[in-house]
Write a protein that binds this ligand. Structure first.
Ligand code: NAD
Length: 935
């Protein structure tokens, strides 16, 4: 099968996906169903698969037997790479290796740790493993305390469920709390510990945790850390570890690996718009590996190198280098992976070799197994080249020679503004400083902005910090009707020349504003944190999204402005073009306090209209920043004005004003529907029928079927439901779970949500901050009461007293109950059990809204069904349902979730313009401009 997978990428993906889902399937019928779903539409498959499919479709096979065969095939694949399901069961294999002279490093395969309870269970498994294995293995004859010292490999992400580099100190402290018992036990039993290295995002934190705990365990001799040669950073990291070791007067082990997450790092970092941290060429990694080997060997008094590779060129290089540098045996070791490169281990047997042995069940082992299959089938894999493809010896040991590969990227493609990478120390420092300076400046006075004047009114409203309601963020002037009249007049005047400004220069203002936002990025995020209680990372994403809107709509306008000629006829010219509508009002909510007004405002002005911004009363200071930014970009007076004031009064007044031509609204359903009604009422003096673009609420469901990856599903639901305290229009507040996995899912979700930190939004440890205001808190508490009446509470967590805090709540309810139908805008989740996917989709579709929705499933048929039948504007498969990106996941719904086309999408700007067709007869007395291409 693996050989087949090497030849055929499509088959390889199917095989990986099927193998991935198989162990979690509880029923034989589902195993068979998925087997068919994955393989029945391809004919070019290995015989064994083809026979299986044929028999199944003839109905001649007994499901139980076929399922058992499939299961045992995958199990036998797995047992090649995994030593056993638990230490006892693995003992025979481990003992045999040990007898054969190998040292061991035991890795306990674990599910993604999503809660505190799971983290502590995982730590306990390590203690039990050490207690059982170390004495048992030491007892064998010929055990050499140094050469055969037993090592355990661990991943720090498994020791603290809320690990997050932004919360640097907290993650290190909590990580160490989990690790200490394991260090104590290992010290007592004279075992060693190696920190595995996982994703790049956690790399610096892993190194910092490693150093920090070793500073506590000064006498612990045998601690090590894995470093990945595929990372461009590793040389620097190694140098700094060496100087740390020197300074602390100790020796550490460094396990030098090539790195097993190459595909992941490329995909994820590209998606985020972050620099790709790995070398793109395999030869660069190989060369780096050799250079790092040298660096390790040259510092052998500070470091015990473990050369962990199956590449015989890298191994030979190490052997020769060690000889050149005069290293004696025992000053370094080789490491191989269990079940991979056995011939290599045997060839190296005279030297110290350690085998990395994963132990654990198949479900948690799947991520490991997939990495191994990827490695065996990758085009670049040494094992593949040497054993499967029998590449020539000369080719296998040739000197790595990377030719500098630069990926093709054109300047013209729109790229999302990356969110800030808080695993980088400098970014943590910048946001920390911004939080301090912005807090010092809170409490200022903010005017209206009419024409090009700042107007301070007598009446003021206060914007306060929801985390500390006594803290005033700003005092905001409140507009009167005559201010509104004034600004509409100024807008009409400005429109006369703005409409004639070229699309290029209009777009230019957006690009300049984006540049200004980039400069002020940390300060803007800090402000949102104080004004609307957004935890830092969420606030940072809001600024990135604001920049995206400016850049995206600017580019879109340039596209739209290109004249379009329709039809190619001699003697007739048809032109299709767009002109602005006139004066518009933008009415924005508080929950994306900069991005949503930035999107609506920039769309309005770039299309040639003049816009009056009426922000939410809960986020006027953030919205004011947009005014300042556009002023600094030099936007002409009257094109963008700022008119804060009570929605029901000033908002309605402008909406109903006869001289307003369009309204762009984002907010609740009730207000949206009222605006649509008011706007539909035409005055005698009115020149245009008003256009309303209204983005409204949602009641968003995620379906979990029996083939879902529960680790990912729990995390996806948690982030979608609790991100920004559930106050996103896209937030998940309904989870529909198929019966087979219902119990397990609910239990894990409860523990995971119970582990989430609720606290001040500026605190980096916080995942959930406060609700926006007292009224919101009261409303959410009301829904929690309702939930108690209607269903069974699985979790209810109250918040702290000061500030509008509330913790997550989960209720089991039946379809149709109030809390499963109404938008709640808080961290309240309803869970509903469904019999099958049909019922699940029907429940998901039964709300008034149609905004976002999602499914976690590994069944191609279920995914197909949901794509066809789940009625939402934004459908997400196997990921969170929040965080839509401009230009990539244009956002917006239908039903009671809104009218209009999607924000951040290709049609959005068209709503702010009037299309116009011009047809000119170019024939004069029978003569027309002749163009042979039109014949
Ligand atoms: P809201 O409807 O209370 O207020 C939105 C805006 O409307 C505010 O500026 C408010 O002052 C103004 N307003 C209130 N009454 C008005 C009236 N009678 N006439 C004119 N303007 C009036 O909503 P909110 O609490 O600020 O935001 C939360 C709501 O927004 C949620 O329902 C959420 O789902 C929705 N939302 C939707 C999207 C989307 O893209 N679909 C995005 C974000 C938020």
């Amino acid at each position: 099968m693996i050989e087949w997978a090497m030849r055929d990428d499509d088959f390889k993906i199917r095989l990986l996906r099927f193998t991935d889902v198989l162990p979690s399937l509880k029923s034989d019928a589902v195993v068979l169903r998925l087997f068919k779903e994955y393989f029945s539409d391809i004919t070019d498959v290995p015989k064994i698969v083809l026979h299986g499919i044929e028999r199944l479709s003839r109905g001649s096979a007994v499901p139980r037997i076929v399922a058992a065969i499939i299961r045992s095939s995958v199990k036998s694949l797995a047992t090649q790479f995994i030593a056993g399901t638990d230490p006892k069961n693995a003992f025979k294999a481990l003992h045999a290796l040990s007898e054969d002279g190998a040292a061991l490093s035991i890795d306990l395969l674990g599910e993604a740790v999503v809660s505190d309870i799971e983290a502590s269970r995982y730590a306990t498994r390590y203690l039990e493993t050490l207690e059982f294995l170390v004495p048992a293995l030491k007892a064998r004859q010929g055990y050499q305390p140094h050469r055969n010292k037993i090592d355990i490999s661990l991943k720090i992400s498994s020791f603290y469920s809320q690990i997050e580099p932004l919360d640097w100190d907290g993650s290190i402290e909590k990580g160490k709390d989990g690790l200490r018992p394991v260090f104590d036990k290992a010290a007592a039993l004279d075992a060693s510990i190696t920190f595995d290295m996982e994703h790049y995002y956690h790399k610096d934190l892993t190194i910092a945790t490693f150093k920090s705990i070793l500073e506590e365990y000064k006498d612990f001799q045998w601690a090590g850390i894995a470093l990945q040669a595929y990372l461009k950073d590793t040389r620097e990291d190694l140098l700094s570890l060496l100087s740390w070791a020197k300074h602390n007067n100790r020796r550490i082990t460094v396990r030098l690996v090539k790195g097993a997450y190459w595909d992941y790092e490329i995909a994820v970092n590209r998606q985020k718009g972050w620099p790709v941290p790995v070398f793109l060429e395999k030869d660069e990694t190989d060369r780096n590996y050799e250079e790092l080997t040298r660096l390790l060997f040259e510092n052998a008094e500070l470091v015990y190198p473990a050369i962990a590779t199956h590449n015989i060129r890298s191994i030979s290089n190490a052997i020769v280098l060690a000889e050149d540098l005069g290293l004696y045996e025992g000053q370094f070791e080789f490491q191989t992976l269990y079940g991979m490169g056995e011939p290599i281990r045997r060839a190296l047997k005279q030297r110290p070799v350690r085998v990395y042995c994963p132990v654990g069940e198949l479900i948690p082992g799947m991520a490991y197994l997939v990495r191994r299959i990827l490695e065996n089938t990758s085009n670049e894999s040494f094992l593949r080249k040497s054993f499967a493809e029998r590449m020539s010896f000369e080719e296998l040991i040739r000197v790595p020679d990377p030719n500098n590969y630069v990926p093709g990227e054109t300047k013209d493609t729109f790229r999302n503004e990356p969110s800030t990478d808080f695993s980088k120390g400098e970014n943590r420092q910048k946001i920390g400083e911004a939080l301090i300076t912005v807090r010092r400046r809170l409490g200022g006075k903010y005017p209206l902005f009419i024409g090009d004047e700042e107007v301070f009114s007598e009446t003021e409203t206060l914007s306060t910090n929801p985390a500390e309601p006594g803290e005033i963020v700003g005092r905001i002037s409140s507009a009167s009707r005559s201010d509104a009249e004034d600004s509409i007049r100024r807008a009409i005047t400005a429109f006369a020349s703005w409409r004639k400004t070229s699309p290029e220069s209009r777009a230019g203002y957006l690009f300049k504003a984006a540049e200004e936002m980039r400069k002020r990025r940390f300060e803007l995020a800090a402000l949102e944190t104080y004004e609307v209680g957004k935890p830092v990372m969420e606030a940072d994403s809001d600024i990135a999204e604001s920049i995206d809107y400016l850049m995206y709509y600017g580019r879109q306008m340039l596209d739209i402005a290109r004249p379009r000629v329709l039809g190619r006829y001699i003697g007739e010219e048809n032109e299709y073009l767009y002109g602005p509508k006139g004066v518009g009002v933008v009415i924005s909510p508080w929950n994306f306090p900069l991005a949503i007004p930035a999107g609506m405002v920039s769309a309005g002005i770039v299309t040639g209209n003049c816009v009056i911004l009426k922000p939410s009363g809960l986020s006027p200071v953030a919205a004011w920043q947009l005014i300042e930014i556009f002023r600094s970009a030099g936007l002409p007076p009257g094109v963008l004005q700022y008119l804060p004031g009570p929605g029901a009064e000033i908002g309605e007044f402008i909406v109903s004003h006869p001289d307003v031509d369009f309204i762009a609204f984002t907010g609740s359903k009730d207000v949206g529907l009222r605006i649509i009604r008011l706007a539909g009422d035409t005055h005698k003096s009115q020149a245009n029928v008003k256009r309303v673009v209204a983005e409204m609420g949602g009641k968003n469901a995620i379906i979990i079927d029996e083939t879902a990856d529960l680790d990912e599903a729990i995390n996806g639901v948690l982030v979608s439901a609790l991100g920004y305290q559930g106050q996103k229009c896209s937030a998940c507040s309904l989870v529909i779970v198929l019966q087979n996995v219902y119990g397990e899912f609910c239990e894990r979700l409860k523990e995971a949500m119970n582990s989430v930190k609720v606290g001040p939004p500026e605190d980096p440890a916080t995942f959930m901050g406060p609700l926006i205001d007292k009224a919101a808190l009261k409303k959410v508490r009301g829904y929690i009461e309702k939930g108690r009446e209607e269903g069974k509470p699985l979790l209810i967590k109250e918040g702290e007293e000061a500030g509008y805090y509330i913790g997550p709540a989960i209720f089991e309810v039946s379809p149709g109950s109030t809390i499963a139908r109404e938008e709640i805008f808080g961290p309240v989740v309803s869970v509903i059990k469904a019999m099958d996917i049909e019922e699940a989709v029907a429940i998901a579709n039964s709300t008034d809204y149609a905004l976002t929705g999602g499914i976690f499933s590994r069944s191609p048929a279920a995914i197909r069904k949901v794509k066809d039948e789940f009625g939402v504007g934004n459908l997400y498969i196997n990921r969170k349902i929040t965080g839509a990106l401009v230009g990539r996941q244009p956002f917006g719904g239908f039903g009671m979730s809104g009218v209009g086309s999607k924000a951040g999408g290709p049609d959005y700007l068209l709503q702010f313009m009037n299309p116009k067709t011009i047809c000119e007869n170019t024939m004069r007395k029978g003569a027309a401009p002749f163009d042979s291409s039109r014949l």
